[in-house]
Write a protein that binds this ligand. Sequence first.
Ligand SMILES: [Zn+2]
Length: 300
Amino acid sequence: MIFNDRKSLLYASPPQALIDAEDDWQIIARTPVNKKLIKRKVYKGTIRENGRDVHKIRDILCIIYHNKCAYCEAINCEPDVEHYRPQKGVTESKVHSGYYWLCYEWSNLIPSCADCNRPPGKGNKFPIMGVHETKPYFLPSGELDKDKCRADKSPLINEKPYLLHPEIDDCKQFFKFHADGRIEGIDSEGRGEATWKICNLNLETLLMARQSVLDDFVENIKILIVARRRNLLKTTNDFESALKLYFKKLDKLTQPNQAFSLIATYAREHFDEMIISLIKGDSYQNIISQAHKKYLNGTL
Ligand SMILES: [Zn+2]
């Protein structure tokens, strides 16, 4: 899970499909009874354009999130359009009707793969540290107060959700990784821990996928070690120059358009812990570690 500020820039305004649903939205927001009027086709619907089905909301979210699940970072070109605050009920509160008034709220819509979004993944889970908002706010005109529907503003932000929001929270600050691909929460409030548990981010398939990001990199380093031992890379300088090419590849893996970029970012910043530990016992450990330090400070 990584921070994504794109919605605050190019895509700050809601897509036309949500604007077109304005009248229905106003009616739905008036009472929880009206949540039965929520239409999935507003946020999941398609229109026919140039002979193909265009997903009005999903396609925009895919652009913003580089075709990745917002929670686990797996590449997914056909994600669910997930409601960050669940619209039809809240697992942690038997009396909560769900955030029905946020059904068509842009800041509440996030692309998510089925594993993260559907039970035993997130579902309707939405634990918070504060008090759940249970109903919307209205303007003196009687219209829904849209400003108070935004995930990044009061009163919703004051709920202090445990689940990180990829467009509000600097996700990187909340997690550490292990060389076997495991993700762990590290913040004192427990939000990182809660987020991986809510979205099931230590699912076996995710562990393997994240581990393979590291394994591929380590395998390449091991090949260079063999080349150096066989004198195919004749000097330490030759060895370091070859290493540099792979360090650059690791940099590329940290880019937001890459699957599981956060573990690559963590590995880059905790190189000894995540990479050197995987070539344990090798006499080249120290040379590689020092070379990476030189690379990071620009002297390699
Ligand atoms: Zn996912």
